[in-house]
Design a protein around this ligand. Structure first.
Ligand SMILES: Nc1ncnc2c1ncn2[C@@H]1O[C@H](COP(=O)(O)OP(=O)(O)O)[C@@H](O)[C@H]1O
Ligand SMILES: [Mg+2]
Length: 343
């Protein structure tokens, strides 16, 4: 297996209840979550989910409440064992780890940020951030130095001696983030980490995470029920519905071509002009010289004013190489969800 795939879930099914085998047979025969529950009383958490996450990407799992997101992320650090299927992390079978190996794995390879912060109320900020290192057995001076560094990185300098209850929600989650980052793991698991925060604070946290990621290049497995959050921070997004994966793709792939009505409902409220980048909708054959040019990750919103004076605008890659062209018609087609206009 290529190490490029740092996380690899294969056919993961999770059934909650004491008669999983009967439910499993029904699922294999094509029954739905509702049918299985009606017939057997078992709850389907996940149904045959396969996905792989590449090293260094921000992979978002998005779905309504109850769709199986937490169940999925808990398979990665093996807080949950699947009823069937396999979980590989860094090429290793998580289900085959001994207790000792599992303990080491949880302390060194994955770190988690929780929705409700999960801070220890009687410890001050620096001891909360240093907590994971303490459990790992790092000596005091080193763990406090490391904690201090991360407290500064997330913008909490001066709050070292505060208790969690003295902080706002956004500050508390910065502590949660610093604690996870202090573990220096390759993988960061975030289960609705920003969902409890007010919109403006949440937006600031998203920005901070993206800023950090530019330097840290971690593999981030991020769970959310908020599609706008998913498209803002995800390199790729997997959409879960009733325990089943209905679509996996880049934000543009999902917005431009939603797999079913469930996904369409999420996509409906997106500000398409701001989200869809010209690189995703350009004509790759349009390489004739143009008077105006933009880079491929410009948004439709950015390029629209240029059409007042130009029929075609050239599209450049990061290195300034011409890779295609974009016309007003193509932008309108993408904004109006009119695939046929593309040709
Ligand atoms: N320990 C459990 N026992 C029984 N059912 C559970 C358990 N954990 C989750 N479920 C069920 O599994 C489904 C997925 O839950 P969950 O993964 O928590 O969804 P999400 O995180 O997307 O809101 C839901 O129907 C939920 O009720
Ligand atoms: Mg959840």
């Amino acid at each position: 297996m290529s190490l490029e795939k740092i996380l690899d879930l294969r056919g993961v099914t999770k059934i909650f209840g004491d008669l999983p085998q009967e439910a499993l047979s029904m699922l294999k025969a094509g029954a739905s979550k509702t049918e299985v529950q009606k017939e057997t009383g078992q709850v389907v958490g996940l149904n045959n989910v396969s996905l792989s996450v590449k090293r260094g990407e921000v992979f978002v799992v998005m779905g309504l409440s109850g769709s199986g997101k937490s169940t999925l992320i808990r398979h990665v650090n093996r807080l949950i064992d699947p009823t069937s299927g396999e979980v590989f992390v860094n090429g290793r079978d998580v289900l085959k780890m001994s207790l000792d190996e599992l303990r080491t794995y949880r302390r060194t390879e994955v770190a988690m940020v929780f929705q409700n912060f999960g801070l220890l109320p009687h410890r001050d900020v620096i001891d909360n951030v240093a907590y994971g290192l303490e459990v790992r057995g790092t000596e005091k001076r080193e763990r406090l130095e490391t904690a201090q560094r991360w407290i500064e990185t997330v913008g909490l300098a001066g709050y070292e001696k505060s208790r969690p209850h003295e902080l706002s929600g956004g500050q508390q989650q910065r502590v949660g983030l610093a604690r996870a980052l202090a573990m220096d793991t390759g993988i960061l698991l975030m289960d609705e980490a920003f969902s409890a925060l007010d919109p403006l604070i949440r937006s600031g946290m998203q920005e901070q995470l993206l800023g950090l990621q530019k330097e840290l290049h971690k593999t981030i497995f991020f769970i959310t029920h908020d599609f706008n959050e998913a498209i803002r921070i995800g390199d790729r997004i997997a959409v879960l519905n009733d325990g089943e994966l209905v679509q996996t793709g880049t934000p543009e792939e999902i917005i431009l071509d939603p797999a079913d009505e469930y996904v369409v409902d999420f996509v409906r409220d997106v500000n398409r002009a701001r989200v869809i980048r010209v690189g995703a909708i350009m004509d790759k054959n349009q390489l004739a010289p143009c008077q105006a040019e933009v880079v491929e990750n410009s948004s439709c919103e950015d390029v629209l004013p240029l059409f007042a004076h130009h029929e075609w605008v050239g599209v450049l890659d990061e290195n300034g190489t011409r890779i295609g062209g974009i016309s007003a018609k193509r932008v309108i087609a993408a904004l109006a969800r009119h695939q046929a206009l593309m040709d």
